[in-house]
Ligand binder design. Sequence first.
Ligand SMILES: Cc1cc2nc3c(=O)[nH]c(=O)nc-3n(C[C@H](O)[C@H](O)[C@H](O)COP(=O)(O)O)c2cc1C
Length: 159
Amino acid sequence: MRKAAIVYYSYTNNTKKIAEMIQHKMGGDLFEIKTVTPYTGSYNEVVEQGQKEINEGFKPPIQPMNIQLEQYDTIILGTPVWWYTLTPAVRTFLSGTDLTGKRIIPFATNAGWLGHTFQDIRKLCPDSEVVKERNIEFSEDTLKTSGKDIENWIEGMLK
Ligand SMILES: Cc1cc2nc3c(=O)[nH]c(=O)nc-3n(C[C@H](O)[C@H](O)[C@H](O)COP(=O)(O)O)c2cc1C
């Protein structure tokens, strides 16, 4: 496998931790998706704002990422689950980036309600090969999915 790009968005760092675990185990380049306007306010306020954005299909502007896509044939894509789907910032990234012909390995961190996250990612990347998706559960900031399962999944990516 050629070098992979690990692209992720993370609001409370769970997804970031998994992205870093992947990089530590198999190498690759890390790219964080950041919104131009950060989410502010209490957690519950962000949960409410997130609901509104998901319902409206809002795509928040994201900061330039300077990712040279031609260097990668595989994109490992990490998103938290917000209201049963991918986060608005990851939607912006997928809508604005041509991933034709790329292999996409998505993972989603969540608190137990994955919803239709992977189906929605597939719809946004009709010209990519979306494979080996992985649901990773946390309880607040404690990892619930077994570390061994995650390691096996990461090792399986190299095959
Ligand atoms: C706006 C918002 C909506 C959320 N909606 C869901 C959900 O639908 N299902 C779920 O299991 N967890 C949901 N969560 C919890 C997060 O998916 C979970 O804590 C995730 O690991 C956070 O990732 P992060 O730390 O990388 O931001 C939501 C959190 C936020 C802030």
